[in-house]
Design a protein around this ligand. Structure first.
Ligand code: FES
Length: 377
């Protein structure tokens, strides 16, 4: 039987572990040492190295990343948070994974396809500075915008702009399984040049008779015959009627908020049940202009406050006050921005839900004040 009596070596090891890992400063120091040996090593988080950068459209690039061994993989359609140090501050954003789970399992890489937001703080930096060899931090993958486990009937996908990224992963995953159910994709972009993965999608539709592709350009496009038999322009009842003819099991929608709302309205008008729609948020709804009295948001830990009669999100208001609260996706997905509201009422800009006056944790990227509010920032 193995002895349980502690040896000098095990006591020394325990002390060393306690000293290093139960102290934040010691842990940080150890992380610093490890980083000096190899930036891919970390005792606290997953890392990924950029292997390659590909141009997709004029404003969209695909970053091929090799995650460290501690990364656990993903299902097609899921997202992750990526963190980088930009001008001395850590910035985190959320992106869906555009590659296939099999590519990760067999070749050890994933891809993130990122559209540059012209006035953004992070995506322009990524386009300029994330070059092969750069190491970034990534979270494990999460999200429930994934394919059903029991595939019985046809699927419909509706995407706009960079909302194609999770859907491309799901479609390629279906193709890798020899397209077990018929699938249709309605993909809307501004012009012919703005279809991300346009050639890949057209290749898939030529190879798979059970995949119906409709590339719809808002400006009318260049009338290439292979793109779609449906009208070009904005999403309309004609598009929705055409894809519902196959009586789909589920409709997946991904794109900006107004686009998703319009797509859901058109589906409802055709009698498609709401509980068979899955959607992934890309961007927040516009905040309404208000006529109410000015509200004051005070940041108790920073001894700062701001007063306005046209409040934005609490995250924006904190940043406009010169504060730097931690944030990630900025659209209510990652919970990185969660903080304590000490008092006051806020509205969730996605659900419309209004909070009580009580102390509670809120996501400041998707809440706007409707009374004076105190935050523990
Ligand atoms: S920053 Fe991701 S939920 Fe607020």
């Amino acid at each position: 039987m193995e002895s349980t009596k502690p040896t000098l070596a095990s006591l020394t090891r325990s002390w060393f572990n306690l000293s290093l890992f139960n102290s934040r400063r010691a842990g940080d120091y150890f992380e610093y040492l490890v980083q000096g040996i190899d930036p891919m090593w970390s005792v606290t988080e997953c890392r990924a190295r950029v292997l390659e950068v590909r141009d997709e459209t004029a404003d969209t690039k695909t970053f091929v990343l090799r995650p460290s061994a501690s990364w656990k993989g993903f299902q097609a359609g899921q997202h992750l948070h990526i963190s980088m140090e930009i001008n001395g501050a850590r910035q985190t954003r959320t992106f869906t994974i555009s590659s296939l789970p099999q590519e990760w399992e067999q070749q050890g890489f994933i891809t993130l396809t990122v559209k540059k937001v012209p006035d953004g703080r992070v995506t322009p930096w990524m386009h300029e500075h994330l070059i092969p060899g750069t190491v970034v931090s990534i979270s494990q993958a999460s999200g429930d915008f994934v394919l059903p486990t029991d595939l019985n009937e046809s699927l419909v996908f509706i995407a706009a702009g960079s909302g194609i990224t999770p859907i491309a992963s799901m479609l390629r995953s279906l193709v890798a399984r020899n397209m077990p159910v018929p699938s249709s994709l309605l993909y809307f972009a501004r012009t012919d040049q703005d279809f991300i993965f346009g050639d890949t999608l057209q290749g898939l539709s030529r190879a798979m008779s059970r995949f119906n592709l409709h590339l719809i350009a808002a400006d009318g496009g260049s009338k290439k015959k292979s793109r779609s038999t449906l009208p070009q322009g904005f999403i309309s009842a004609d598009h929705i009627r055409a894809v519902l003819a196959g009586e789909p099991q589920t409709v997946y929608i991904c794109g900006p908020h107004p686009f998703r709302e319009l797509a859901k309205q058109l589906l409802a008008e055709q009698g498609f049940p709401q509980n068979r729609i899955r959607e992934e948020a890309f961007g927040l709804p516009p905040l309404p202009r208000t006529e109410g009295a000015p509200v004051t948001v005070s940041f108790s830990r920073s001894n700062a406050s701001t007063t306005t009669d046209q409040p934005g999100t609490l995250l924006e208001m904190a940043e406009q006050s010169g504060l730097k609260p931690t944030s990630g996706c900025r659209m209510g997905i990652c919970y990185t921005c969660k903080c304590t509201k000490k008092s006051g009422q806020v509205r969730n800009v996605i659900t419309g839900e209004i909070s009580s006056n009580d102390e509670e944790d809120i996501q400041i990227c998707v809440t706007t004040p409707i009374s004076n509010v105190e935050l523990a920032i």
